[in-house]
Design a binder for this molecule. Sequence first.
Ligand code: 13P
Length: 251
Amino acid sequence: MDRKPLIAGNWKLNKNCSESVEYIKKFGELVKGVNDVEILLAPPFTSLYVANENCPDNINLSSQDLYINENGAYTGQISPGMVLETGCKYAIIGHSEMRQFFGDTDSLVNEKIKASISVGLKPILCIGETEKDRDLNNTFSVLDKQVRKGLESFSESDLKDLVIAYEPVWAIGTGKTATIEIVQEVHSYLRDLIAKMFHNEFSEQLRILYGGSVKPSNVSELMNLEDVDGALVGGASLDPLEFSKIVKFKG
Ligand code: 13P
């Protein structure tokens, strides 16, 4: 099955508007002509509009989160329609930092996916076990629950643009990348799980990204794995040159 690689940079709480524009100008030059990989950047909300104004055609944008309602008395929140209006094509949903620090539960994640689909934003569902989960041999039960609850009550056609990102919490920002054995084992488990929940054809076309200390030196071996279709990159996406090397993992 032909799945176009997706390499996404999640800037988290980094870069104001002018820094975002400066980055995109440099990065755009570095990845000029790259079209065999889908390139995605997820700046903070405040930078999305100017980022889009300066983005070349081969770079798409994603929000790092969104709220479930379109408007109303929800101080501090950003709606799916507002995200879409900035030019975003994707929304990252259920990142482990949103789960750990800002109260995202599986059922809220489910509602956020629904909200993103309702305006045509492609959801990137993030899942991942903690170090404790892994030590207790709970990795697969945790992932199973995050996927089943996150995707509960959706049809295949609702989820036609879904991307899943496996980000083991213990590998995020720690420099500890999961071994290629762990990554392939989990990704193939996830593809089988999706096949059981939906159909084989759906599972075969689904892109599953890996995230957690991806860098230029380890991206190729990760991308060579059968069930890895891309990367969600934090720290190493903050420097345009470093991130361009990840995007150009094919050499
Ligand atoms: P790092 O690449 O900094 O480990 O972050 C991964 C991540 O959380 C991307 O969403």
